[in-house]
Ligand binder design. Structure first.
Ligand code: C5P
Length: 400
């Protein structure tokens, strides 16, 4: 494990597991990281600042308004200094304050002021971990891209057994190394992702669309941003928050999506959008009346955005999706060749399959010219991280 030269800002909050913080600092430094420690006032009841100063080699910061400390490295400089903010242990109270966006002490202020990834290692009684408020707060933090390291299950300081134990220092170091490595995988790469459905207007109040929720594409954009890419997300109408660090362009129709994609240069294109294949030849200018017994709609083909990108003279590395109800591999490989793609991610959307459209979980099979891989059924956000890892491996080993 190598964290050589990495700047880790360790936040220690007031739980019994804080007694492990000096060991954690030692292990982090052993892998080459530079560590600066910030405590909450409550943490100082469990671990002496002097111990943390001795092992980190730097004075420990605990106060937001400390004129002497602010004259050296002020809190904004400290927030900028960090490559990673790790809060270990993170108490239920700290998670609540972080999820509320408070900035009423040095540590929460740093968390708001930093552009670095934030990871928390929760440590608390199992009942507190499972309390509805904590579950909600952790959900919010996850949504905002905060990484969760643990907690583990096991014996607790209070004598109970269950989830809520802080991971051991060495396990936390492994998590930090994994996260920092992952956060550089696509550094400097411009990634363009399409997501969601498109809507093709029939008249001013009606449209043709499909059941895509946009979740997979948003998760892919989030994972690519977490991998260090500069991500633009062109999205059809969805009800989802923009992932952290992602530039979003909202569109409605396939034609608008095609134009937004056309306007954007990229090194890597990932087309997850469920683009409507056809659109009405002309949308009626006024609401269509139900006077006729039968209504015939005349439709024309939409442009294939993905194939268009793959056919560019200076084409980016191009990844498509294929939602299939049967003969997954045959249809996916056919699309890979026909659209001139570098990779295709196929999912089974037949009624017998779990996941897919409008679901929080999914499974994928990936195909490229001379290989394939399978990603098992899991939460779409976790799946997206694994997918982005596979894509970045192929992207990095592409012939140039
Ligand atoms: O041909 P099919 O629609 O099954 O291909 C799916 C893939 O092509 C997806 O990656 C989708 O985003 C992309 N696509 C597109 N423009 C279209 C149709 C599909 O970019 N008009």
């Amino acid at each position: 494990m190598n964290l050589q030269g990495k700047h880790i800002l360790l936040g220690v909050t007031g739980g019994i597991a804080a007694y492990k913080a000096p060991a954690l600092v030692r292990e982090l430094r052993r892998t080459g990281a530079e560590v600066r420690v910030v405590t909450t006032p409550a943490a100082q009841a469990f671990v002496a600042p002097l111990s943390l100063q001795a092992v980190s080699g730097h004075p420990v910061r605990g106060e937001l308004f400390d004129p002497a400390a602010e004259a050296g490295m002020d809190h904004i400089a400290l927030a900028r200094w960090a490559d990673l903010v790790l809060v270990a242990p993170a108490t239920a109270n700290f998670l609540a304050r972080l999820s509320a966006g408070l900035a009423d002490d040095l540590l929460t202020t740093l968390c708001l002021a930093t552009a670095a990834p934030i990871a928390v290692a929760p440590a608390m009684n199992r009942q507190m971990w499972q309390a509805a408020a904590t579950v909600h707060n952790v959900g919010l933090l996850r949504e905002r891209g905060v990484h969760l390291f643990g907690p583990a299950e096991g014996e607790q300081a209070c004598g109970e057994t269950g989830p809520g134990r802080m991971l051991e220092p060495l396990e936390l170091v492994t998590c930090c190394a994994g996260l920092l490595m992952a956060s550089e995988r696509l550094a400097g790469v411009r990634v363009l992702v399409t997501a969601g459905p498109t809507r093709e207007a029939l008249d001013p109040v009606r449209y043709i669309s499909n059941r895509s929720s946009g979740r997979m594409g948003f998760a892919v954009a989030e994972a690519a941003a977490a991998a260090g890419a500069a991500v633009t997300l062109v999205s059809g109408p969805v009800d989802l928050p923009t992932p952290p660090g992602v530039q979003r362009v909202d569109v409605v129709s396939a034609a608008e999506m095609a134009a937004a994609v056309e306007a954007c240069d990229c090194d890597l294109f990932i087309g997850t959008a469920a683009v409507a294949d056809y659109r009405p030849v002309a949308a009626a200018p006024e609401k269509i009346k139900k006077s006729a017994a039968r209504l015939t709609l005349e439709l024309e083909r939409n442009p294939d955005i993905l194939a268009g990108v793959a056919a560019r003279p200076a084409r980016p590395f191009t990844v498509g999706f294929a939602a299939e109800t049967e003969q997954l591999e045959t249809h996916a490989r056919d699309k890979l060749a026909r659209k001139g793609l570098d990779m295709i991610a196929a999912n089974d959307v037949s009624p017998r399959a779990e996941g897919g459209f409008d679901s929080a979980v999914n499974a994928l099979r990936l195909f490229w010219a001379d290989g394939e891989a399978t990603l098992p059924l899991q939460d779409k956000r976790q799946l997206a991280h694994e997918l982005v890892q596979l894509i970045s491996d192929r992207y990095r080993s592409r012939p140039v």
